[in-house]
Design a protein around this ligand. Structure first.
Ligand code: ADP
Ligand code: XUL
Length: 569
């Protein structure tokens, strides 16, 4: 059996599949139930998460799989998974010693009380590092050159810029740091009982990795080091980047003794949640667009290396963890599910998704010409500095400003109009910005994430894009392709590891250079994933949305400009 784990913004999930990829068990634990309060803390533009919470989450997930699902973890042959992208973990001096000597009779998080130089560390929602972003871009000649090297211009949440900020503002804490992980490399480090490197794919969300050579860029490490440390020190703290499909060892004794894993259980690198969703949906064909509707909304696709054009404007190019010959192009919108939830809670009584869909059905597609931008958080695409909310009446270029807070009725913008506006505007912005991904024709959309359970939202998506929308055809995992991607990547890793062993045996036990061995050991990733159509375009509404797209672009510009000067949430 294979275990896939997804440590995301609001929950941790585990999926266990058998060797034919049939689902044996799933479990999910809300990060809010672990005794750390909210899974993230806002402090102005900073958004931080307690690193120890992720250790508690891993433990609680394994307890749920064993005690509630009755799984024998001793049958797990390999583990892989993913984490929310960009979030960092700063281990303090001596922390690896703690990982190596964990006592199987004591809970994991309890033993890591003193393991972190920064008990709270930045996650992907943080937008507080603008100053360091501009400095890094200047260091290499601007956003274009930085994007050419690393796949993205400097983004506030990208970990290199967060590290630069911590080096400058939190130097006492930084100076006792022994290792920097991403959330995706922290989990396998816990499982292995030693530090595991950051996989190439999640490393491409840091503004530090050369996406072609897959090595840290010395000039960028020096750029974020500032005057108080050096690029070489940061290189040591990051450790070497990890090939995503090569084995990283076996599970540590702590998990064998405490949870009954086999000592032979193999570990494979974890990656970012979006790349893992791509693996879980099996996307590789041109024309496939993945859309993940989780805390963030993201859109991504696979492109051949030869067609890859990183942009100094918007969007990201990431290393593909399951195919070294292609890249992932991706857009990320910060205001996804939390914005939809805010409108649901303000406008729908009872505050349920069923009621939300009922209210949505009270207005026709096209919302009688209303469009609304609801940004309880500063947006990433296109970037805004402040939260904002703007609803535009038909043919108006001046927004009406509904209260973002719960009010009994807002005569200027009826609640039903706001509900439709939040759904349609999110779908239109996906379509509007997807044009800049360089994906020329989209034949179908494959969805995942919590909000992909909502058929009404998927119908709007099908009509806006004028293509059918698909889900993984298995209710146990359809909204969590990210964790399922962990199972598929664990199995794929085993195939690559077998091939590596054959190569070493053939060469009389001589181990090639590691990078060379990884290259030669790669086995094409080609899982069979059953998908089902969940929404098809309705021509009469496709026309309505096509007509709205142009207006959307100009109103989005107005909303972005206005949001620089207002704070409405
Ligand atoms: P993440 O992986 O970022 O932690 P998930 O993919 O688990 O997030 O998605 C969680 C979000 O899904 C919640 O914030 C919730 O608003 C949203 N969600 C869950 N069910 C529905 C639904 N039926 N309709 C719309 N949104 C939903
Ligand atoms: C992607 C991003 C988010 C997080 C959380 O760049 O910031 O989608 O991965 O899911």
């Amino acid at each position: 059996m294979y275990l896939g784990i997804d440590v995301s913004t609001q929950s941790i999930s585990g999926v266990i599949s058998d060797s034919e990829f049939a689902i044996v068990a799933t479990a999910s634990v809300s990060l809010a139930t672990l005794g750390f309060g909210s899974p993230f803390v806002r402090n102005g533009d900073e958004v931080l998460a307690p690193s120890r919470m992720f250790a508690a989450a891993l433990e609680k997930l394994l307890v749920a799989l064993v005690e509630e699902e009755g799984v024998d973890l001793g049958e797990i042959e390999a583990v892989s998974g993913c984490g929310q992208q960009h979030g960092s973990v700063f281990w303090t001096k001596g922390a690896e010693g703690l990982l190596k000597n964990l006592d199987p009779n004591v809970a994991l998080a309890a033993q890591l009380a003193d393991a972190f130089a920064l008990p709270l560390a930045p996650i992907w929602m943080d937008s507080s590092s603008t100053k360091w972003c501009r400095a890094l871009e200047d260091h290499v000649g601007g956003p274009g050159p930085l994007a050419n090297l690393t796949g993205s211009r400097a983004y506030e949440r990208f970990t290199g810029n967060q590290i630069a900020k911590i080096v400058e503002l939190r130097n006492p804490e930084f100076s006792v740091c022994e290792r920097i992980s991403l959330i995706s490399s922290m989990i396998p480090s816990l499982l292995a009982g030693r530090y595991i490197g950051i996989d190439h794919s999640d490393a491409s969300g840091m503004n530090l990795l050369d996406i072609k050579s897959k090595q840290w860029v010395p000039a960028l490490l020096a750029g974020i080091a500032g005057r108080s440390t050096t690029g070489d020190v940061i290189k040591l703290l990051l450790g070497p980047p990890q090939v995503p499909y090569m084995p990283i060892g076996t599970i540590s004794n702590y998990f064998v003794e405490r949870f009954g894993f086999s000592p032979d259980c193999k570990l494979f690198p974890f990656t970012g949640d979006n790349p893992s969703t791509l693996a879980g949906l099996g996307i590789s064909a041109p024309g496939d667009l993945a859309i993940s509707l989780g805390t963030s909304d993201t859109a991504f696709a696979v492109v051949e290396a030869a067609h890859c054009r990183p942009s100094g404007g918007e969007g990201h190019v990431l290393v593909n963890p399951v195919d070294p010959s292609t890249f992932i192009v991706m857009l990320c919108f910060k205001n996804g599910s939390l914005a939809r939830e805010a409108i649901r809670d303000k406008c729908c009584f009872p505050q349920t998704w069923d009621e939300f869909n009922k209210v949505l059905s009270q207005t026709p597609p096209g919302n009688l010409g209303y469009l609304g931008f609801f940004h309880p958080d500063p947006e990433i695409t296109p970037p805004t500095a402040k939260p904002a909310t703007h609803v535009f009446a038909p043919s108006s270029k001046r927004p009406i400003t509904p209260s973002p807070h719960r009010v009994p009725e807002d005569p200027a913008v009826p609640h039903k109009v706001q509900v439709r506006a939040v759904v349609e505007t999110h779908c239109l912005r996906l379509q509007h910005h997807a044009r800049f991904l360089g994906v020329t024709s989209i034949n179908r959309i494959l969805v995942s994430g919590g909000a992909s359970a909502n058929d009404s939202i998927l119908q709007v998506l099908a009509n806006v894009f004028n293509v059918p929308v698909y889900l993984v055809d298995n209710p146990a995992i359809s909204t969590n392709a990210a964790a399922y991607g962990g199972c598929l990547r664990a199995a794929h890793g085993l195939l690559c590891a077998d091939k590596a062993e054959q190569i070493i045996e053939r060469d009389g036990g001589v181990v090639l250079d590691e990078a060379e061995l990884a290259k030669k050991s790669y086995v094409p990733y080609d899982p069979e994933i059953a998908l089902k159509v969940v929404a098809t375009p309705q021509p009469e509404y496709v026309r309505v949305y096509a007509g709205m797209l142009e207006r959307f672009g100009s109103l989005e510009k107005i909303s972005v400009e206005l949001s620089q000067n207002e704070r409405l949430w």
